[in-house]
Design a protein around this ligand. Structure first.
Ligand SMILES: [Zn+2]
Length: 322
């Protein structure tokens, strides 16, 4: 309303010549957005549509817990109109810079828009929340909704487009959640244990009733202790768990240690496939989108743990090799 009032008073004061300047200043799209990780960039791209250009700083295979901005990242962020991050201390090495930039331009930490009561505690930092909120499609819907509000606040003229984009994207995420519930339900009860390289999958486990065990703490900076490996080997043997998973953005050394440890006790554990934890797949592939990334994870886990899911996933788009 304040905006409209300003437009009308400008028109009254300046006469018809003002028409041109008003309309050109209102059309300051596309908005130049920078996103930290791919999952956030995907949401920004989907909601922003034609009104937004988005540049993601971290590509496939990058670990956001340890990533530190490059000089060119700093330039991109400096030139951008708006920055979107996950927050919740995911971008641990960049947090200070992002907070500093927030004094000069809009910086949105979209994971922090989710109500804290819906979050779990971090296993790495006692005073932080678990930042891996995109692993739960329903939680992630809350983060996506905040992107919509961000664009509406920056560019109210195109509110209808942002709302329509949000409805479509949120519906796709809803479908993903329902697909996950349907297939993961088919995993036999005693095998519902998801062992992965780091604690990124807590929210997935919570949504779909899987016990989640990380081989190291939430931060990939800390080495897994021999004792912890030993304890996990015992769990795999005792529970007859037959698959553990590697992650695209984490070293698979610890996963291999488990497989070998179990083998030494006469129990065969396979690497059930590679999951996308903190980064999406290659750009221009289905796995390089948020929907494709999570579809891949749900489908891979279900099939490796003995459940039933279509080889090519929810939309028949998953690549070969599953
Ligand atoms: Zn992580």
């Amino acid at each position: 309303m304040r905006y409209l009032t300003a437009v009308f008073s400008a028109l009254i004061l300046m006469g018809s010549a003002a028409l041109i300047s008003v309309s050109s200043s209102a059309a300051k799209t596309p908005i130049n957005a920078v996103a930290t990780v791919g999952m956030v960039a995907d949401a920004v791209r989907a909601i922003g549509g034609e009104h937004v250009k988005v540049d993601a700083l971290m590509g496939t295979g990058i670990d956001p817990h340890s990533y530190r901005q490059t000089r060119s990242d700093v330039v991109k962020m400096g030139r951008s109109d708006v920055i979107f991050a996950n927050g919740l201390y995911l971008e641990a090495q960049m947090e200070d810079l992002l907070l500093k930039l927030q004094e000069r331009k809009p910086v949105f930490f979209i994971g922090e828009a989710i109500e804290p009561v819906k979050l779990e505690g971090s296993t790495a930092y006692s005073d932080r929340f678990d930042p891996h909120v995109w692993m739960s499609p329903t939680l992630w819907q809350g983060a996506v909704a905040s992107v919509t509000q961000a664009f509406i606040s920056m560019d109210p003229e195109n509110e209808e487009d942002y709302q329509n984009n949000a409805v479509a994207y949120l519906a796709e995420i809803q479908e993903l959640s329902e697909y996950g519930a349907k297939i993961l339900k088919t995993v036999p009860k005693n095998r519902r244990v998801l062992v992965t390289a780091h604690d990124a999958f807590t929210y997935l486990g919570r949504d779909f009733d899987l016990e989640v065990v990380g081989i190291q703490g939430i931060s990939t900076n800390s080495e897994a202790g021999l004792q912890r490996i030993e304890m996990l080997v015992k769990l795999l043997v005792d529970r007859k768990v037959t698959a553990v998973f590697v992650e695209s953005s984490v070293s698979e050394r610890n996963v291999r240690a488990l497989v070998e440890g179990a083998a030494a006790r006469g129990h065969t554990v396979e690497v059930g496939g590679e999951l996308f934890s903190d980064a999406m797949g290659q750009s221009n592939t289905y796995e390089g989108t948020y929907i494709g990334m999570i579809d891949h994870n749900m489908t891979t886990v279900t099939r490796a743990l003995g459940g039933e899911a279509p080889l090519q996933g929810m939309q028949g788009k998953l690549g070969a090799g599953h």
